[in-house]
Design a protein around this ligand. Structure first.
Ligand SMILES: NC(=O)c1ccc[n+]([C@@H]2O[C@H](COP(=O)([O-])OP(=O)(O)OC[C@H]3O[C@@H](n4cnc5c(N)ncnc54)[C@H](OP(=O)(O)O)[C@@H]3O)[C@@H](O)[C@H]2O)c1
Length: 271
């Protein structure tokens, strides 16, 4: 109850920001982004577009990978109309295809640019599970990077609820009513982009890693989201899928590739 009231009022948390802070406000005193390169996926609309606009305003060089190059060029043009000096590179990437991801990585590497910020807005259909996976992955990647003593931090954010093109496949009266009834809880797009921009740019978080942020403040995840065994198992499953293709079968009981299943399916295919 108290948390809901705090949210509705927009009162500031320990960071000095809250649910009503906007991306522009939280980056006003950010460290200098002029030497920084940020890859931002999903920047053609919604929260990603606002994040890209604000980081360009603060001086970052942007790489905008998109499956729809026309939409990405339009996004680039919109940012340039506000910041004519912005340095923005548009590249092809379909996040639903591992091959496309690999091609994007090698094209990006060929540019010989540093990668200082990777901001990934990847909407998928299996919504809740994909968000849990992001939380678990963040924890596992952070842990591994720490062990490697890599100077890389990784965090995840909950932007809050905002009406964007995310609901485009469910547009209609029911969606309109749902948004109307929850309108007091909705954020604007500049508010929804604030937590991402805060985590990406604030000097207080230079060493923060493996954390979860909401309303521009560190927050607790669900019990499952902080389960390190699940995080490790998800990592193993992902490694298998990335190295052997998405049709590889992961056995959650043994945390190993199910060769018998693969063999029997391939035998069935031969029959
Ligand atoms: N809106 C909310 O209330 C809310 C709440 C919690 C979390 N989120 C998360 O915030 C992120 C951004 O959401 P949003 O509300 O800003 O949604 P949005 O307006 O629908 O934007 C989604 C972006 O992702 C891009 N995209 C979708 N599938 C892609 C693919 N296969 N390959 C490359 N790009 C792809 C879209 O590009 P196209 O131009 O090609 O469509 C678009 O730029 C998502 O991860 C969403 O789950 C949103």
């Amino acid at each position: 109850m108290f948390e809901t009231l705090k949210y509705l009022v927009g009162s500031a948390g320990a960071s000095g920001y809250g649910s009503k802070s906007t991306a522009e406000q939280v980056t006003e005193n950010s460290y200098d982004l002029h030497s920084k390169t940020a890859i931002i996926t999903g920047a053609t609309s919604g929260i990603g577009a606002e994040t890209a606009r604000v980081l360009a305003k603060r001086g970052a060089r942007l790489v905008l990978p998109a499956r729809n190059l026309k939409a990405a060029e339009d996004a680039r043009a919109r940012i340039l109309s506000e910041n004519p000096d912005a340095d923005i590179i548009v590249m092809g990437l379909d996040l639903s295809s591992l091959n496309s991801v690999r091609n994007f990585v090698s094209e990006f590497e060929s540019l010989n640019l540093p990668l200082n910020l990777l901001i990934d807005f990847d909407p998928t259909r299996a919504y809740a599970l994909s968000k849990l996976a992001i939380v678990l992955h963040t924890k596992e990647v952070a842990q591994r990077l720490k062990q490697m003593e890599a100077n890389v931090t990784v965090n995840c954010v909950h932007p809050g609820v905002v009406r964007t093109r995310l609901t485009r496949e469910r547009e209609g009266m029911v969606t309109d009513i749902a948004f109307f009834l929850t309108s007091k809880l909705l954020k604007t797009i500049p508010q929804a982009a604030a937590t991402t921009c805060y985590v990406a740019t604030h000097s207080a978080l230079v060493n923060a890693t493996g954390k979860y942020f909401s309303d521009c403040n560190e927050a607790s995840t669900s019990k499952l989201g902080s389960n390190s065994t699940e995080a490790a198992r998800l990592w193993t499953a992902s490694e298998i899928m990335v190295s052997r293709g998405s049709k590889a079968v992961f056995d959650p009981l043994t945390s190993a590739l199910d060769y018998d299943h693969q063999k029997s399916s391939s035998n069935k295919r031969k029959e």
